[in-house]
Design a protein around this ligand. Structure first.
Ligand code: NAD
Length: 483
């Protein structure tokens, strides 16, 4: 187990109407380092008055930003992207301190998010409408306009990439935003927002708040200022926020959880599949909405796959994210650690075998050993509940149609993975797996050039790709009779 010394934690403030400020009543909540369980700082909790100020600022900011010529808007955003690139090492250090991931991953996430912003900047210049052939004397056109102020809610697993997906799409489309980032990773979100602020974004265009999540979402969603609700997080909270948005007739963008199946077919290379799947499984300690989480392996490849997967799992170096050799940090909060322990104990109680891991190491911090479970019965909770933890249940199958039925049997449909050397089998998996994101023969992450999002209970709307701006734009038909 690796250890190392952490840097200083910065003071965190709300950002409202172009000013950094404390909560109106001075209330804060502690921020904890998940690698040590020590309190490292405090996050201000916005009052109703703070939220109303943020909403008023977003209304003002929208009036300014929507009229700002696209060339000027994109020039400011390009400067913000350059500042994110320049500050990526600093942002990465804060992220490791409050979220726990290895420093290299935090820095990499910050660097990549600048490119996400650059992708959206390019797309902002191409948010074309169209002109439709019409009788002489009339002009019939379709315009795409920013929807208005956005209320965005993001979690703690990608403390810079998560907020920036929402912020960059909204601002590129010409919307203003009030974003509630996670109270567990507030300094990373503040460091990101500072890049936009320091790039010269007009006051009110981007506002950052923290608070009691339910109070914040109630206030922001109900406000007539808000025109779109954008959320990334768990399915239950997504359903709650989508229902609240529906009550006040507001569209929503929902990026929710999943329980990604990995189907390793009889015609796959089991060693390659095991190495690639294990690498993805333990990335960010399994706290990724697209993390491979149910491994369905053809019985003829089962032993070879499992043996190689266990070897790869045992090569994972668990430790403090600041230690240079760490490849997996702690879980980010106590809730995930409790879930890892509960799901492992439940599977074992029902007959599963722990092939490696299965324990919380004896040290401070929310660490849980990377774990492989076999002989997992279908009714074990881990086969239906998203683990969001470094747990890999591996089960054999005899018939591909049965594996597909099992894969599709849950209400989720975010990511799915297939391993096969046959083009025909790859096509069958592509056609039949119910998921918004499918990867064949690899378990790579999302790319900003292509859309990501779910089907079924995993949500609706897409982030990334040219589709990313759709939720943030409305379509207006204009017919103009000349003379
Ligand atoms: P949770 O459901 O308590 O919270 C998820 C996120 O929603 C957090 O950021 C939280 O602050 C926020 N939230 C909770 N209630 C809210 C409300 N009423 N209004 C606005 N925001 C609210 O879960 P958790 O323990 O933080 O995370 C664990 C689960 O969340 C995982 O099992 C996973 O399914 C899901 N999750 C998904 C993603 C993703 O990328 N889709 C990211 C993080 C967590």
């Amino acid at each position: 187990m690796s250890t190392s010394t952490a840097p200083e934690y910065p003071a965190v403030r709300l950002y409202i109407a172009g000013e950094w400020r404390d909560a109106d009543d001075g209330r804060t909540a502690p921020v904890v380092n998940p690698a040590t369980e020590e309190t490292i700082g405090a996050v201000p909790l916005a009052t109703t008055a703070d939220l109303d100020d943020a909403l008023e600022a977003a209304a003002d900011g929208f009036r300014t930003w929507r009229r700002t010529p696209v060339a000027q808007r994109t020039a400011i955003l390009r400067k913000a992207a350059d500042l994110i690139t320049e500050r990526a090492p600093k942002i990465g250090r804060v992220m490791t301190l409050e979220q726990g991931k290895p420093l290299k991953e935090g820095t990499g996430e910050a660097a990549r998010t600048a490119d996400t912003l650059r992708w959206h900047i390019e797309d902002a210049r191409r948010a074309y409408g169209r002109t439709i052939p019409s009788p002489p004397g009339t002009i019939l056109s379709v315009r795409r306009e920013p929807i208005g102020p956005v209320a965005a809610f993001v979690p703690w697993n990608f403390p810079v990439g998560g907020p920036n997906r929402k912020i960059s799409s909204a601002l590129a489309a010409g919307c203003s935003t009030v974003i509630k980032a996670s109270e567990e990773t507030p300094a990373t979100a503040a460091a990101l927002v500072a890049c936009y602020a320091d790039a010269g974004l007009p006051p009110g265009v981007l506002n950052l708040v923290f608070g009691e999540p339910a109070d914040v979402s109630d206030r922001l969603i109900a406000s007539p200022v808000t025109r779109l609700v954008a959320f990334t997080g768990s399915v239950p909270v997504g359903k709650l926020l989508a229902a609240k948005a529906g009550e006040v007739m507001k569209p929503s963008l929902m990026e929710l959880g999943g329980h990604a199946p990995v189907i390793v077919c009889a015609d796959a290379d089991p060693v390659k599949a095991a190495r690639r799947a294990a690498q993805a499984k333990f990335f960010n300690a399994g706290q990724v909405c697209t993390s491979p989480s149910r491994f369905l392996v053809h019985e003829s490849r089962y032993e070879e796959f499992t043996a190689e997967f266990v070897k790869a799992t045992e090569r994972v170096v668990v430790g403090d994210g600041f230690a240079p050799d760490t490849t997996m940090g702690p879980l980010s909060n106590e809730r995930r650690l409790a879930a890892a322990e509960r799901l492992t104990a439940d599977a074992v109680r029902r007959g599963a075998t722990v092939r490696t891991g299965g324990l919380r190491p004896e040290r401070a911090g929310y660490f849980f050993a990377p774990t492989v479970l076999t002989d997992v019965p279908d009714d074990a909770l881990i086969m239906s509940e998203e683990p969001f933890a470094p747990l890999a249940p591996i089960v054999p199958f005899a018939d591909l149609d049965d594996a597909l039925a099992l894969a599709n049997s849950l209400p989720y449909g975010l990511a799915a993975y297939g391993f096969t050397e046959s083009a025909a089998t790859a096509e069958k998996l592509s056609a039949e797996l119910e998921a918004g994101i499918l990867s064949i023969n690899h378990c790579g992450g999302s790319v900003h050039e292509a859309p990501s999002g779910g089907v079924k209970d995993s949500g609706y709307g897409r982030e990334g790709g040219p589709e990313a701006l759709d939720a943030y734009l409305v379509t207006k038909r204009v017919s103009h009779q000349l003379g």
